[in-house]
Design a protein around this ligand. Sequence first.
Ligand code: NDP
Length: 328
Amino acid sequence: MQSFKGFLLTKSDKGQSLAWTDLTDEDLMEGDVTVAVSHSTINYKDGLALTGKAPVVRRWPMIPGIDFAGDVLTSTNPEFKPGDAVILNGWGLGETHTGAYAQRARVKGDWLIKRPAGISAAQAMAIGTAGYTAMLCILALEKHEVTPDKGPVLVTGAAGGVGSVAIAILSKLGYHVIASTGRATESDYLKALGAKEIMDRAELAGPGRALGKERFAGVVDAVGSTTLANAISMTKYAGCVAACGLAQGMDLPGSVAPFILRGVTLAGIDSVMAPKKKRIEAWDRLARDLDQGLLDALSVTRPIADAPALAPEILAGRVRGRIVLEIG
Ligand code: NDP
């Protein structure tokens, strides 16, 4: 049986360990499509899995990695044939199903989508789950009629992956973007992506207020906790807050006042189990509404071997934008 290389996470009494090792198809879980993986990426959740900081991995041993781009090798699924360019985001990859950080993956064809024309495998992973989630957030704002004429949109965790992609898309769509960041040194970077104003994240980090001055027509929040509570309290009448992240915390210590007095909508965003139709919509919009020059500006490329060193960096909020991992 042909072998290939990949990262394998194992667990023992001493904790978890990660090794770049030889694997065969027998190490892969069930699926009707086998893919030659060329690129992956590191998201916040990958950082949690690789370091063991949160119980992301629920099956051992595990090939980590929640996102991949590659080409179909074999398929018994009528939708896919050898050579098809595909991408996969989430669906429990790297959590409950063997994942992306290997030269080969075997998955359910239902989880795959065809890579849109005009997006390379590397660009697809520069977008990755973080960028696709940013698009899901923007689709939620649009669904709730947050249009550019309604007022500014706040993006929290601005210099991170979700934040950077959200700013690039929103600015192209004509929104006035306010970028909330803890890294003042990244102001020029955020303005180059299209942010019109920079807000110190400390302004939103204090105890959640019930109602603040109405400032934002919409919010893309990657941070949670008091930041999310304060963002909701400062959202304009009939505005919408898309909540996707927990970089500050999982709690939401706020008030119902913005919901019952201002008709604010809190839209929850999940990328992992989002239905295929929604994913295709998001990726089609990414192909159309994400400037490729800005995508290049917000991403860097590193070899897969760097993933273990990058994991604590992303959890510490020291990664800017997105990282593409080359595997193939
Ligand atoms: P990144 O680490 O790239 O970005 C997170 C950013 O949050 C950091 O860059 C930093 O931005 C900010 N941040 C970090 N710590 C704090 C803190 N203590 N208080 C306030 N802000 C903080 O991660 P991703 O962009 O990949 O993911 C962002 C979040 O979204 C994560 O919580 C992730 O789990 C979640 N997520 C959820 C998905 C879903 O399906 N719901 C899918 C994808 C991501 P800055 O330096 O600019 O302040």
